[in-house]
Design a protein around this ligand. Structure first.
Ligand code: IMP
Length: 225
């Protein structure tokens, strides 16, 4: 009997893809990545919600103590379900006066107050905790860790942006804590920056640039099953 066999090389060359699946359901993050990927026209960004069923279950997959553990867990689950090369993001805000809190718990920092969104409740709680803390002691940073998965390959990168916490929210753009984050060496809150401006300097932009650099250096060719 003749068996049809292919070498690994032939097999891989038959299934290239330009698609990268983002393991996130967060509308703010998705908007930013869609714009960030304009810099990488060789790739087509799709979201886990477009590719898989039950993607909302991913929101529960955040049981780690670090950004890396959370990004790894979410990304691994999404990659298992959607099979495509996958990027997973975990991020947060670290406030020095609070010993780095809310950090990995940034999304689930406050209980949602009646009449307020989750982001508004988080912002209100943070401003309350920092009440009376002087300007020079309100330093903080956004941190983003990305993990890329493709058939057993795991690559990760982290980006940060420094700033401080304002006393009142400013600006209509962005999401989450953007209105109270004054970007270092500027007079603007993150929410006063246009998307393109935020994407020049954000923790997410820096993490993605570092990740793409590694993918390039390792000469990784994207493949799907
Ligand atoms: P997670 O990465 O899904 O755990 O969520 C991170 C949380 O950190 C978000 O829900 C926001 O509250 C906050 N966060 C992360 N990145 C940003 C940002 O760029 N702007 C504002 N808030 C952010």
């Amino acid at each position: 009997m003749l068996l049809a066999t292919t070498t690994k090389q032939e097999n891989a060359s038959m299934r290239p893809t330009n698609m990268i699946m983002l393991a996130s359901q967060n509308a703010g993050k998705i908007r930013e990545y869609q714009s960030l990927f304009n810099k990488y026209p060789e790739y087509k960004l799709v979201t886990v919600g477009e590719i898989t069923s039950n993607a909302s279950a991913l929101a529960q997959a955040e049981n780690g103590k670090t950004y890396y553990e959370n990004a790894f867990e979410k990304g691994q689950l999404a990659h298992l379900a959607g099979k495509l090369p996958t990027i997973s993001d975990d991020s947060g805000l670290e406030v020095d006066a609070l010993g780095g809190r809310p950090g990995v718990l940034s999304d689930r920092y406050a209980s949602i107050e009646p009449g307020y969104s989750k982001s508004e409740s988080n912002v209100r709680k943070l401003l309350e905790e920092l009440r009376g803390v002087p300007k020079d002691k309100r330093t903080a940073r956004f941190v983003c860790t990305l993990v890329f998965f493709m058939e057993g390959v795991v690559v990760s990168a982290t980006g940060t942006v420094e700033g401080s916490i304002l006393e009142t929210p400013r600006g209509p753009n962005g999401f989450g804590y953007d209105p109270i984050f004054l970007v270092k060496d500027t007079d603007l809150s993150m929410a006063e920056m246009a998307l393109e401006q935020k994407n020049e300097l954000s923790h997410r932009a820096r993490a993605l640039a570092a990740l793409m650099q590694q993918i390039k250096e390792k000469n990784l060719k994207l493949v799907r099953p």
